[in-house]
Design a protein around this ligand. Sequence first.
Ligand SMILES: C[S@@+](CC[C@H](N)C(=O)[O-])C[C@H]1O[C@@H](n2cnc3c(N)ncnc32)[C@H](O)[C@@H]1O
Length: 383
Amino acid sequence: MPHIKVSPFDTAKIDTAVGDFIKFRAVGSSSAKEIVLLSDKREFFLDIVKKEGEYLIKPNKITKGSDTELLKDMLNRFANVLGLDILHSNTAPKPFKPKNADEFFKTVEDFYEFKSDFKNIKLEVGFGSGRHLLYRAQEEPETLFIGIEIHSPSINQLLKQINIKGLKNIFVVNYDARLLLEMLPSNILDTIYVHFPVPWDKKPHRRVISDAFVREALRVLKKGGQLELRTDSQNYFEYSLEVFSSLKQSSFKVEKNIDIPVVSKYEARWRRMEKNIYTLTLDSLSESKARELKIDFTLENCNTNTKIPQESIIKEDFFVHFGKKYTRTDNKGFVVECSFGGFNTPEKKMIIVGEKCYYLPGNPVKSLVNYKAHNIIREVLNG
Ligand SMILES: C[S@@+](CC[C@H](N)C(=O)[O-])C[C@H]1O[C@@H](n2cnc3c(N)ncnc32)[C@H](O)[C@@H]1O
């Protein structure tokens, strides 16, 4: 991560440099750490960590984003404007190097208003090595495939393969598939593949298949579309059978040890061990109502004197935890760290409270758990 070490200086001089790209300074309770809001192409905080003999200045982890070159440039500008005495830095710019198949790497936000020219769209949850997804995408160039994974190395591996194979019909998303489904419009998918999900025998709440997941899957599947689950776990098979059977109107088929055109890494392992492999195929029988995501993350009328709760607020399916608070030296309010949302998909933001009140970096992902958490955060900040 880019950073600069400088000789100790009077941080109050930052306040006199507030203007174009330096917005304000805020001080933590111990005053050993201060933060400074910078704004150019995007807004983020710098952390100033005061140590004996030197101050470390680095982009704040929560708000930094991924554009390292922009961060370096802003750090250098900050040090120049203040005339800081630099002891060490790693902020020399590097020439731009294009990354592999980045155009196919999508964020959750790309799916809010998702539209596609592809007639058929298929999605794979937890593609792992990507063997199945790559095979299908090569076989069906007219179909768009969306691969969702929570494991970053698998994402990078797939992006490399997309590049090597010159594929143009795979989108890759690094997110929890259970939440991504919530964000997709209704009736758009032809197939959802869930192959060899982690059985999570000891932590069933982490399973991909659940009543809620299957309900969302049926909503996003077109009429006639299918959810294909393959598992080697007898326990997971029986559990999924129960979930599928409890649907009001359902039609599904169960098969054992069938051959499919491509054998994934996991499947190959289970086959060598002569394990039974179950395939459950659930049909979408009807058209679903259009999805309206009426989720608004606006924070307004925040009270700059509100009391921030010390204790975490824990509800059945989400939580809110306020962390460190920083007082603005312009006397216009404060900044508070906040973690919130689903237990498996927590969001971490800095919340700026002042004339304007907002989340940095940007609003949370539009999931229902985040929205429930946001309503609590709003209540606290309006307090
Ligand atoms: C046992 S592996 C199977 C991989 C692949 N489908 C195969 O058959 O070889 C399960 C994969 O699901 C991913 N995974 C687990 N939970 C997930 C979730 N909620 N959303 C997306 N991916 C998930 C894991 O990171 C892992 O790569």
